[in-house]
Design a protein around this ligand. Sequence first.
Ligand code: AMP
Length: 574
Amino acid sequence: MLRLRLENINKVKIKAKVMDYSKLAEVYTQLEGTTKKLEKRDIVADFFKICPAEQLPIVALLVQGRIFPNWAETELGVAENIMVKTLAKTAGLPEKEIKQEIRKFGDLGEGAEAVFEKKKQATLAYKKLTINKVYENLIKIPEQSGSGAIELKVALLSELLSSATPKQAKYVVRTVMQEMRVGVGEGIVREAIALAFNVEPGLVEKAHNVTNDFGEVAKIAKKSGKAGLEKLKMELGRPLKPMLAQKAKGIEEAIKDMGGKAAFEIKFDGMRIQIHKKGDEVTVFTRRLDNVSRQFPEIVEYAKKCLKANKCIVEGEAVGTDPKTKRPLAFQKLSRRIKRKYDIEELQKEIPVDVYLFDIMMLDGKSLVETAFEERRKKLESIVKGIKGKFQFADQIVTGNAKEAEKLYNKALKMGHEGVMAKNLKSPYTPGSRVKHMEKIKPEMETLDLAIIGALWGEGRRKKWMGSFVLGVKDTDRGEFVEVGKVATGLTDADLEELTKILTPNITEEHIKRVELMPKVIVEVGYEEIQRSPTYESGFALRFPRVKTIRTDKGAEDADTLDKVERLFNMQKK
Ligand code: AMP
């Protein structure tokens, strides 16, 4: 799916009128010159106005410092050392000198600018760099793999940098390192489209929610204004962004949040799926909007058999189930199926999935997103003829009684599910938003006391402080701390200032952006789940870690051990 959509974006380059990268670089410079959101919006809007419509899909991404849309799983994946190597090669200087320059500025982009500024009169000959050329080379980078991949990546980047002026080089480098820092995100892009093409921001947002593509929205707004955007409808085969849930404090609070009465459903721990059915054609999308129909042929078959509608979009959770015990499997097992592109049948036997449906967004070609949830559920029930244990509704009760909801919660946990969801009966389906009318309730995991064993310097306003921290757990076998993840959440500016002060004397090694630290400072860390991880030395990673307190009362000897992490991981599986 992603490939398909990227191919569509790629086609743009053939048709688009070629625009110079210098124009975009000018825009970045203007954006850097102001901290005011309205001014940024105006700058982007003025730029959108002069861009040819066909160029807008690329420009809407680049102006945010992005190459791929945020739902895409593709990442550029250019490490700092590859960039240093590229700069050295392009400028014809030793890597050591490049590193010095970068350290001076604390920023790869500015370091690159300084390097090329020095080389200006000497060797570099500028060719005109176009926006399309930059985009074309950058999207080729993640495609390089296997032996020689690094050299190919370096060549693609070097080709751009040798045609760039020093200022342009700064922005190319920042785009590649995904640290554009000009303060433009989706919000400003939305407002800028509205302003540039004289349409309501609300309409732009609606169009975005059903297309997931500001580039497409900008293009349509430019070509056919309000009427064009209004026509942009939910389309079978084009996924819409899922509605996201917030976390409730507890069951009683959730009932209150939902207006005194709510639908409670079991919260299954699997993969969120959006099923599009058009006659006998069925497509299954994940929450990241990837097409996984091929990986899950049984879901396609169930949908063909059980959905009694010609055209519909329904949503649910696909849960991996242990074929013997019939209990839900950890999400990570299921993710093997998402990744598998061959021998699908074999894995299907090992990790069969059950589907629990909980929403419907389109029926017979008509959008239901404005329809109240209780009505949507009725519509869903009217078109599904389920197969018990395979393709069915999410268990649901409607109540204002906390005791009753708690019964469902306990039942869910006993069955090995995650908890419950509370939903407002009167609320619409708002694609792409984290909403107050759908809340999750699940048990808190026991916190961990972990040592800070490294840190990354902050960015922008937080540049002078350490901004995120490498967490270590004690491996008693090896007698050292091993990494279980990084944390940046849960800390105020004052915390960062304090941590920087108390951690600085513990620095053992300094890199451009990261420092290694003696494990002396302990933090209490909350998280949602422990996962197995090939990335971290400990073999585990924490999902959504957040610092609860800095435990100044504790030292390295009080830190939690790898054994405990493993024990908690096993408990969570049960
Ligand atoms: P979380 O990923 O913790 O933010 O929780 C939200 C996710 O729970 C959704 O994206 C769904 O994948 C999943 N989920 C499981 N059961 C339900 C349900 N009955 N209703 C809505 N979402 C559910």
